[in-house]
Design a protein around this ligand. Structure first.
Ligand code: TXA
Ligand code: MG
Length: 325
């Protein structure tokens, strides 16, 4: 199942040839291209159906190589990179000249991370450069956390899909902007705010809906086909049964405190007690509900601390208003 050395060599060759490679990371699967090749990067946008102004993350194989990709590394960035890389942290810095403007959506800043997955690191080392990669899903939909999800969604559009098993974190990286006076979180993710703050020694500016273009911040992102409705945990069962009786095919996220409760609905998953297990399973649950033909999903939000912050962020966006797409 897991990609072999020859699979990785083949994938590195495909990147050198301007091709696209889907690869596992600890957060979600990425859809990669050579970050220095504008034509290859343009293909990512085409395959994803992603508007070209939306910037990508450049993946590199070690913190020591950060200086090759950015103009200058502020002390805070150095500390965070040394502490958390490889890991689910993306740093936004001033763009270095090697990164194509296509990859940054025309911005003078660039997002960089070192993923914590042996297959990703082997691919990046074999390739030797930076790999620009968004999550390997179509624009606006749920990120893939298995190679099977990628094949089902992107199939033939990708030269190589490297299999690295199910993603261990399950939600995307935490994005921290370190271009300003004080760092700020642009997207909550797999690295908790609490962990960042303990290393920085001070609290972080609250999640910004800043002027920076962050398409992940669009309300309709991370959305399954089914409509998602968020209710208070104690109302999940009643709301789900009511909607099911009205003729909906309802998928239910049953809160852990209600484990074992019978629910008259089309599909029921019990939310794991630990937020780490919940984050790992979240996107798989959303896909499962779609596959089983649910048209409505009833869920509640976890406490917004630790990984619960990222889970709640994704659920809110899945439930957000959807422009036509
Ligand atoms: O965990 C992850 O971050 C995964 C894996 C594959 O690494 N990648 C991922 O990429 O989630 P994507 O493209 O789905 O989300 C990248 C986010 C977008 O919201 C984008 O706007 C933001 O990063 N971003 C990229 N460059 C930026 C920049 N220069 N300034 C602000 N935000 C940026
Ligand atoms: Mg994405």
């Amino acid at each position: 199942m897991t990609a072999s050395t020859s699979d990785i060599e083949k994938a590195a060759d495909a990147l050198r040839g301007g091709g696209l490679v889907a690869f596992p990371t600890e957060t979600v699967y990425g859809l990669g291209a050579n970050a220095e090749d504008p034509t290859a990067v343009a293909r990512i946008f085409h395959v994803k159906g992603r508007p070209p102004a939306h910037p990508l993350i450049v993946h590199i194989d070690a913190a020591e190589r950060l200086d090759d990709w950015v103009e200058k590394v502020p002390d805070t960035a150095r500390v965070l990179a040394e502490h958390f890389w490889p890991g689910p942290l993306t740093l936004v810095l001033r763009r270095g000249h090697r990164v194509s403007l296509e990859a940054t959506g025309g911005l003078e800043t660039v997002a960089v991370r070192v993923p914590d997955h042996p297959v990703a690191l082997a691919l990046l080392s074999a390739f030797g450069g930076g790999v620009a990669a968004p999550s390997a899903n179509r624009f606006g939909s749920v990120s893939p956390t298995t190679a099977g999800h990628v094949r089902a969604e992107l199939g033939d559009a990708v030269e190589v899909v490297l299999d690295g098993g199910p993603c261990q974190v399950g939600v995307e990286s935490t994005i921290v902007d370190v271009t300003g006076e004080t760092p700020s979180i642009l997207r909550p993710g797999g690295l908790t705010r609490e962990d960042l703050e303990s290393v920085l020694g001070h609290s972080l500016a609250s999640v910004s809906t800043s002027s920076v273009r962050v398409p992940g911040q669009h309300p309709s992102h991370y959305a399954p086909r089914a409509r998602v409705v968020l209710v208070e945990p104690q109302n999940v069962v009643a709301e789900a049964e009511h909607a099911q009786e009205r003729g909906h095919s309802v998928g239910v996220f049953l809160p852990p405190t209600l484990a074992g409760v019978e629910v008259n609905a089309h599909a029921v998953v019990t939310v794991p007690d630990s937020t780490a297990a919940y984050a790992r399973a979240l996107y798989g649950f959303l896909r499962e509900f779609d596959q089983r033909g649910c048209d409505l999903i009833i869920a509640s939000l976890p406490a917004e601390e630790g990984l619960g912050l990222a889970i709640a962020n994704r659920l809110r966006r899945a439930a957000g208003p959807r422009p036509s797409r």
